[in-house]
Design a protein around this ligand. Structure first.
Ligand SMILES: O=C(O)c1cccc(C(=O)CC[C@H]2O[C@@H](n3cnc4c(=O)[nH]cnc43)[C@H](O)[C@@H]2O)c1
Length: 234
């Protein structure tokens, strides 16, 4: 998908075909993420950066509220996240090619049953491949460390090696996890707006050690990625 808008614009000669300005809504979980993105965007007024709150439900509700007040061409879920070992290292970026609600389902003695397996709908949201490629290649060109892959949305941060392993095994291509993407994406898709998720990796997914989270490093790379977004999303 090429996000180039061709609309009629008012000129002294009447309505003529032209390029409308692309409006992008970026949803972050917390204010530190929003501030990093705003620094990177450098007053680009085409972007609105809002705080969604932590978790998929808060994210869906907040995004739905914002989308009821204004029109956007793209919604981006962005912030820090955990990287799966061997897929995304601390200080790198992940552009989601899929957003997966990884803990939405039912446990049973034989293991986890996803919503899909239960027959209640899909936990997989496919991101437009052209859009992913456009953003991924722009980040690469800017010499930022970046991967694409599935980004899991979880309500509970993974905190043991066993959970990390089972989540990675359950979702082919699992590259990162965070807590808001699926909620933001459902709200956007419900309005027919394309969605992206970008995560800056602050920690590895696995045994919980909050002291090992490199939040400043992740926020710095998120800021750098935001500058690239403002250049590529035109
Ligand atoms: O304490 C701070 O200064 C600070 C600054 C920015 C962000 C935070 C957060 O704690 C953000 C919570 C947010 O982070 C995502 N996240 C990060 N790592 C993981 C993970 O391993 N698994 C799941 N989610 C992760 C998540 O989206 C949270 O909403 C603190």
């Amino acid at each position: 998908m090429e996000l180039k808008l061709v609309e009629k614009v008012a000129t002294p000669h009447g309505l003529m075909p032209g390029r409308a300005e692309m409006r992008v809504l970026v949803m972050t979980a917390v204010s530190a993420e929003r501030d990093a993105i705003l620094r990177g965007l450098n007053n680009d007024t085409r972007f609105d950066v809002r705080i969604a709150g932590v978790g998929p439900v808060a994210a869906a509700v907040s995004t739905t509220k914002v989308l009821a007040t204004a029109q956007y061409d793209l919604v981006v879920s962005a912030g820090i996240g955990g990287g799966f070992t061997g897929k995304a290292g601390v200080g790198s970026l992940v552009v989601a090619n899929q957003i997966v609600a990884a803990d939405l389902g039912a446990e049973n003695p034989a293991g986890f049953c996803s919503l899909d397996q239960l027959g209640f709908g899909s936990t997989y949201i496919q991101i437009d491949a052209g859009l992913v490629k456009q953003v991924y290649e722009a980040l690469l060109l800017a010499n930022l460390p970046v991967n694409t892959g599935a980004v899991l949305t979880v309500s509970t941060v993974t905190g043991t090696a066993a959970s990390a392993q089972s989540r990675a095994a359950r979702v082919p291509g699992a590259t990162a996890e965070a807590m808001e993407g699926y909620g933001v994406a459902l709200a956007a898709l419900d309005c027919g707006i394309p969605v992206l998720e970008i995560r800056a990796i602050s920690n590895l997914v696995g045994p919980r050690d909050r002291s090992a989270w490199r939040i400043k490093e992740a926020l710095d790379v998120l800021e750098a990625a935001s500058l690239v977004l403002s250049e590529v999303l035109r």
